[in-house]
Structures are given as C-alpha cells and as structure tokens.
Ligand binder design. Structure first.
Ligand SMILES: NC(=O)c1ccc[n+]([C@@H]2O[C@H](COP(=O)([O-])OP(=O)(O)OC[C@H]3O[C@@H](n4cnc5c(N)ncnc54)[C@H](O)[C@@H]3O)[C@@H](O)[C@H]2O)c1
Length: 246
C-alpha cells in the first residue's frame, strides 16, 4: 500500500470523506494537494497534516477556476500521479421540483469538474506511464437515488460513465480509472440531510446494521491508488453495506 514519492490531488478535501482520504494518502507516503472551496478548513487541515499537505482553494463550480487552478498546480508540483475526484454536493429535489439552474450547478461540481481535472491530469500521467484516477460516486448511481435528488443520482451515474471511458482510453498507458460507490457514510453531508426518523429507517435497511465510516472509503481509495491495484481498472467498488449485490 506504500506510494512514496507520488503526488495526489484530492478534491473536497475539507469534507468528511475527503479528510479521511487525505489522511490515508499521507499515511501511504504520498504528498497531497488538498482542494476545496472552504479556505478556512483547508488552512486548519494543512496545519494538522504538515508540509506534505498542500492546500489550494478552488471553487469547482466555476470551470474557468478549475482549468486555471489545475494548470497552476501542475506548474508548481510538476506532476499529479493520483487524482481523487471526491468533491460533491447533495440535493434532495426529485424530478418534479428540479430546476434547470439547480441541475446545472450540481452537474458543474459533481461531474464537469471531474471531467476537466481528469483531462488536465492525463497527459503527465501518460508521459510517466503511471496514474490513478479515483472517482467517488455513490450508491445513488444505480439505486434511483433513494433519499438523494434526481440530479445527484444522474451526476453519479455519469461519473461512473466517465470512470469507464477513462479506463478504456488509458488502460494501455499504465493508468487505472475506478469508482467507489458508497452509501450512508458518516459525514456532515449525509448526517445533516437525514432527520432522526430517516436515520433509524435507513439503518434498518442496511444489512450490516450500521453506517459506513469515512476511513473505510479512504482505505479503499488508498488501495486503488497503490501499485498493488494496477490490474483493476473500470471497476466500481460498492460500499453499501449489503443493500445491493451485482
Ligand atoms: N456521505 C455519504 O454518505 C456519501 C455517500 C455516497 C457518496 N458520497 C460522496 O462522497 C463525496 C464526499 O462527500 P462527504 O460525505 O465527505 O461530503 P461533505 O459535504 O462532508 O464534503 C464535500 C466537500 O466538497 C466540498 N465542495 C463542495 N462544493 C465545492 C465546490 N464548488 N468547490 C470546491 N469544493 C466543494 C465541500 O466544501 C466539502 O468540503 C461526495 O462526492 C459525495 O457525493 C457521500
């Protein structure tokens, strides 16, 4: 699981799952560029994690900021070996109440930013003959969203499609592209969305009888990023506590 000397780029690094992924990447010897729109949290994390954690504030809803931000990072760090597209927003509107403006905003963050960052990072990965792209999807991609919005479920299904296309287009170049599809991870995103009754109902629906810990998702990401996972590409790792097998 060691990945010493590599550089990872983790979006949504200030969030529940993002912080755990940053911790797991640092533990595997990887330098990490932490990207989020929340500058204050990033600064606190950089203090906590030390010199191997490099904070960069980017609003991923703004495609121009994404393109110039990643260009600046590639200039200063030289190479991104591991890209973790983890940032995402969760909404709850089903189709009947979905507006086009809300749809576009969610897609910009959950999908467009991942596409732009992947496109920007691939040339240097190709040149190095090694790379890892890890997309944090969701069980929503194949479950019709459950408690999430239509837009969220569609964005995660499209992110899985991006994972597959990236895998197909880069397999021969030593690059892998995989997704992780978690459900009900303990983080502000999900815990704030569910009220007490929702939480109790969801717990009853999860066969393993508990929510997922962010560290469990992070451990899977660190494994997919490691040299040991080089034969896994185009995979979607389900982390849904047994709610669905396929
Ligand atoms: N928590 C869950 O149960 C769960 C389940 C399935 C999938 N996911 C996915 O995991 C990922 C991480 O979720 P989390 O639970 O840690 O959520 P979170 O809300 O704790 O973290 C999300 C992070 O993304 C950042 N972010 C949001 N919009 C941004 C923007 N425009 N620019 C830059 N950064 C932005 C936020 O500031 C935050 O730090 C998301 O993609 C989410 O869809 C979460």
């Amino acid at each position: 699981m060691q990945n010493t000397g590599k550089t990872a780029f983790v979006t949504g690094a200030a969030g529940g799952i993002g912080q755990a992924i940053v911790g797991a990447m640092l533990a595997s010897g990887t330098r990490v560029v932490l990207v989020d729109r929340d500058a204050a949290s990033l600064a606190r994390l950089a203090d906590r994690f030390g010199a191997a954690a490099v904070p960069v504030t980017i609003d991923l809803a703004d495609p121009d900021a994404v393109i110039s931000g990643i260009a600046g990072i590639l200039d200063s760090v030289g190479q991104v070996d591991i890209l973790v597209n983890n940032a995402g927003i969760l909404t709850s509107d089903k189709l009947a109440t979905t507006t086009l403006a809300d749809w576009h905003r969610l897609m910009a963050i959950n999908l467009d930013a991942a596409m732009l960052l992947t496109k920007a990072c691939l040339p240097a990965m190709r040149a190095a003959g090694w790379g890892r792209v890890i997309n944090i999807a969701s069980y929503a991609w194949k479950s019709g969203g459950l408690t999430a919005s239509t837009a969220y479920a569609v964005s995660k299904a499209a992110l899985v499609g991006l994972t597959f296309s990236t895998a197909r287009e880069t397999a021969a170049a030593g690059i892998t592209s995989n997704a992780i599809a978690p459900a009900y991870v303990i983080s502000p995103m999900i815990m704030e969305q569910l009220n007490e009754a929702d939480r109790a109902r969801q717990l009853r629906a999860i066969p393993v009888g508990r929510f997922c810990a962010p560290e469990e998702v992070a451990h899977t990401a660190a494994f997919l990023a490691s040299p040991l996972a080089g034969f896994i590409t185009g995979g979607v790792i389900d982390m849904n506590g047994g709610m669905q097998f396929d």
